[in-house]
Write a protein that binds this ligand. Structure first.
Ligand SMILES: [Zn+2]
Length: 193
């Protein structure tokens, strides 16, 4: 069964060891921030730093693993119809919108949506790390290190499938940042198999 995350919102749910999570962009050019915590101990969480270090690469796709802060594999990418995602930038937040966009009354962003969705699982806002940003298209200048956020390469119906390698709590959003989503906010769909 396909679930829908409305524009600018987020959810959290269990994903058991061996289950597969499909995340689909139903309209196209929409980012989804993904977090994963170990159900055995929610202090164990996905780690951008360790994953990029062990892969020696900043762009992930099939069959790359996503490692935890304790160097265990939490998830593995088993299907990917886009091939470009980001694992460098933190979830968009009220601070993002205040600092980068100059908003006076900023939206709480993916960060606030994730914090609210994860609170019932006993996970605090300070436990939110860099998310794996599905469909987010970030380029890096190899010489200067300058980064640029471009429109996602995902088209309607594109998806990524991740398999859990331990019992997890997942946080997942339909991203709230204009720049990341080519200027409009769209839903995200997901399914657990
Ligand atoms: Zn976002």
């Amino acid at each position: 069964m396909m679930h829908e995350i409305p524009p600018r919102s987020g959810v959290a749910f269990h994903l058991d060891h061996g289950q597969r999570l499909t995340v689909m962009d139903p309209v196209g050019e929409q980012v989804s921030d993904l977090l994963a915590y170990s159900r055995a101990d929610t202090r164990e969480v996905i780690s951008s730093g360790r994953t990029l270090d062990y892969l020696s690469r900043i762009f992930l796709t099939v069959p790359d693993p996503i490692w935890s802060n304790r160097s265990n594999i939490m998830l593995r990418i088993v299907k990917d119809s886009v091939g470009r995602h980001d694992f460098l930038l933190t979830p968009c937040s009220a601070d993002t919108f205040r600092i980068i966009y100059g908003d006076e009354h900023p939206h709480r962003g993916c960060f606030g949506n994730l914090a609210a969705a994860l609170a019932p699982f006993g996970i605090a806002a300070d436990q939110i790390p860099v998310a794996f940003n599905l469909f987010m298209h970030v380029t890096v200048d190899g010489g200067t290190g300058a980064i640029e956020v471009l429109p996602p390469m995902s088209r309607a119906g594109d998806s990524v499938v991740l398999e859990a390698e331990m019992d997890l709590i997942i946080g997942l959003t339909a991203c709230s940042a204009l720049q990341s989503n080519n200027g409009s906010f769209k839903p995200i769909q997901y399914r657990i198999d």
